[in-house]
Design a protein around this ligand. Structure first.
Ligand code: SP5
Ligand code: ZN
Length: 353
């Protein structure tokens, strides 16, 4: 199986995030996550680890707001110019627009940071933009590879549906069209899914513990990308402000988004039953491609999650999705039980080999 990975991920290594209670803690989303996954993939042997191709900015601009992208690209340099400290700290806003007060975009940097970021878990450091860009290019590289089975592509040889794993870091599914947050800056899965729509209908299935609010935002009014997310109840869990079952799309996209909410403590059996409900929607849509936002924070021992899926359960989820026999791009999202991350990713990927 092809794996797309860039060493540039390590350029993004924020020293802290701000947790509940305002506690400054070491960021759960750290470079060691990728090291653990790579070690497991290398030990397993049957993975071809490749650097991403440079797709430039065009396919990213296709799903993100240009002002937001310009902010991400230039914010740290501007922050550094303003900073008097010897070592410039990460850029992190502390003031956010209240509901209904997203009027003019403030000219000053901190105002723009509050405008574009939804929380205190996505600080912008010197290497954030480059890492986020390389992460999106991993997803695009995987998308390009799995699309090579499509009849519109010259190299079509549709014996087996192709699959690829984009080892994206930073993750992406909490990044909306014009905002970031939740460790996410560029929505890698959304960038890849949009890129694939040139060849046909695309389904995005988000199995990360947290609702894929960014992906929901990006495709909410579109019928050419079906978005499905299975996650913890946003009444009690991040990202709080979307991910509810009654949110089913709008305009042309009405009926093309579905949220599946699980209670705290949900185990393998309930997860897999819920997955069946989501897959009914997916199969009925008859997509040409599948993009999976693969967060491993559904794992029972995850420090952020309260869903209790076992490693065997994660393998069963992978088997069920692989049984769809669709060209599938698996995009890394969350997962913070770092020691178990390698074997959980392996468990998920096994059925796609
Ligand atoms: C990509 C991804 O998984 N992002 C998740 C960001 C979650 N940030 C908010 C964390 C809130 C944790 N609340 C649970 C407390 C456990 N003691
Ligand atoms: Zn998550």
């Amino acid at each position: 199986m092809r794996v797309y990975h860039s060493e540039a991920h390590a350029l993004h290594a924020p020293a802290f995030e701000v947790f509940e209670g305002g506690e400054k803690i070491p960021s759960f989303e750290k470079p060691e996550r990728v090291a653990q996954i790579l070690a497991a993939l290398r030990a397993a042997g049957h993975f071809e680890i490749l650097p991403p191709e440079d797709f430039g900015l065009e396919p990213i601009r296709a799903v993100h707001d240009p002002g937001y992208l310009a902010f991400l690209e230039t914010a740290f340099a501007e922050w550094k110019r303003l900073s008097v400290a010897e070592e410039t700290p990460p850029l992190l806003p502390a003031t956010f627009p209240p509901a209904g007060l997203r009027g003019r975009i403030p000219a000053g940097l901190l105002g723009r940071a509050g405008y574009y970021m939804m929380d205190l878990s996505a600080p912008i450091t010197a290497g954030t933009w480059q890492a986020a860009l390389s992460s999106a290019h991993c997803a695009l590289s995987g998308a390009k590879f799995i699309s090579s089975t499509h009849p519109l592509q010259e190299s079509a040889s549709p014996l087996h549906p192709l699959s690829a794993f984009a080892l994206c870091r930073p993750p992406g599914h909490h990044a909306g069209r014009a905002w970031g947050g939740g460790y996410c800056y560029i929505n890698n899965a959304a960038v890849a899914a949009h890129w694939l729509t040139r060849f046909g209908r695309v389904a995005v299935l988000d199995v990360d513990y947290h609702a894929g609010n960014g992906t929901q935002d990006i495709f909410y009014e579109r019928a050419d990308v079906l978005t499905l997310s299975i996650h913890a109840d946003p009444d009690d869990e991040y990202p709080y402000f979307s991910g509810y079952p009654e949110e089913t799309g709008a305009g042309a996209g009405l009926g093309y988004h579905h949220n599946f909410v699980l209670p705290a403590g949900a185990e393998d059996r309930l997860y897999l039953e819920t997955l069946e409900r989501a897959l009914e929607r997916l199969v009925a849509y008859q997509p040409a491609f599948l993009v999976v936002s693969a967060g491993m924070d559904i794992y029972s021992e995850d420090p952020l999650g309260k869903i209790r899926v076992s490693t065997a359960g994660i393998a069963a989820i992978g088997r069920r999705i692989a049984a769809l026999r669709l060209p599938t791009l698996i995009v890394m999202e969350g997962g913070y039980a770092t020691d178990a991350l390698g074997r959980n990713v392996m468990a998920f990927l096994e059925a796609f080999l």
